[in-house]
Design a protein around this ligand. Structure first.
Ligand code: ARG
Length: 290
């Protein structure tokens, strides 16, 4: 009896030790882990309490600090569809920095001075999904991340990257209260084109987009993460833009390719150095005394 019980116990333990295949319910979408804004100070939340309610500080999209007064986000986060009005009329639009848990009041809520939406953004194709928010007051130094430039090695296939956001963790409307990050791989353009050749699911455009994920799915951005950062090698490489479902095998997340839009961001930034220490904006300009 004892021996039998032992072997049953052993068999059961073995069963538990073998990882179960991922099912839809176990997928954690921004699935990696909880992270702190102290370790990702450039990751910010866009919020409107009037539009999205007060429980999670009104969060509805992500954004990224690329210079002291300059936030980049997805164009589709700033449309009439999402905001219910033109961005200039969305008077309670806020950028929330340094708040790990949206149920709390940590960090700062900043008002928006101006919001620019890429006029070439197409809601049909999702091409050019970028917008620039100018803050009413600049952030302190040290919160910014540099935008990757074309040709940088971070865009090579299979580069490890991390995506950050407060979005849906399971693909069923379970929005996260806390900031999360998931590891993904930058995928080659051929793979992205195969995944999204066009039609109902949308078409991948290698000039203006990049895709990232895992062949087996399981880790991805999801609804509510849009506009937030995809970071590789300490550089901002993409903005969460679209995808078919979330974390599905063969359906990688699609991101705005930052190198394709960084010149537009620079042109619509009030800051002198939106590219960070190594950026061309600085190389092209004589040093300005501080
Ligand atoms: N459009 C979504 C948003 O507004 C982001 C979807 C990203 N999807 C994905 N599978 N990576 O939040």
């Amino acid at each position: 009896m004892r021996a039998l019980r032992y072997s049953l116990t052993a068999a059961f333990a073995l069963l538990l030790a073998v990882p179960a295949p991922a099912t839809a319910d176990e997928r954690l979408v921004v699935g990696g882990q909880e992270v702190k804004t102290a370790d990702a100070p450039w990751a910010v939340a866009l919020a409107s309490r009037a539009r999205f309610g007060t429980t999670r500080s009104g969060q509805f999209c992500g954004g990224v600090v690329v210079a002291r007064s300059t936030i980049v986000t997805a164009a589709h986060c700033l449309t009439r569809d999402v905001l219910g009005t033109e961005p200039s009329a969305a008077t309670d639009l806020r950028v929330i920095v340094g708040r790990d848990d949206l149920r709390g009041t940590a960090g700062k809520e900043l008002a928006v001075k101006e919001a620019w939406v890429n006029p070439d953004f197409s809601a049909g194709t999702n091409a050019g999904d970028v917008g620039v928010i100018t803050l009413a007051e600049p952030l302190p130094d040290g919160r910014t991340i540099a935008m990757a430039q074309q040709g940088e090695p971070v865009y090579a296939a299979n580069t490890p990257a991390m995506v950050y956001g407060w979005g849906d963790t399971q693909g069923n409307g379970s929005y996260s209260d806390t900031l999360r990050a998931a590891p993904v791989l930058v995928l080659g353009d051929e793979l992205c084109e195969q995944a999204y050749p066009g039609g109902l699911e949308g078409a991948y455009d290698r000039k203006t987009m990049l895709c990232a994920g895992w062949a087996e799915g399981g880790k991805d951005a999801c609804q509510g993460d849009s506009g937030g950062p995809l970071v590789a090698g300490g550089r901002l490489v993409g903005l969460v833009s679209w995808g078919s479902g979330c974390a599905q095998p063969g359906r990688p997340g699609v991101y705005t390719r930052i190198s394709a839009v960084s010149a537009m961001v620079t042109a619509h930034s009030v800051d002198k150095k939106p590219h960070g220490p190594q950026g061309p904006a600085q190389l092209a300009r004589p040093a300005v005394p501080k």
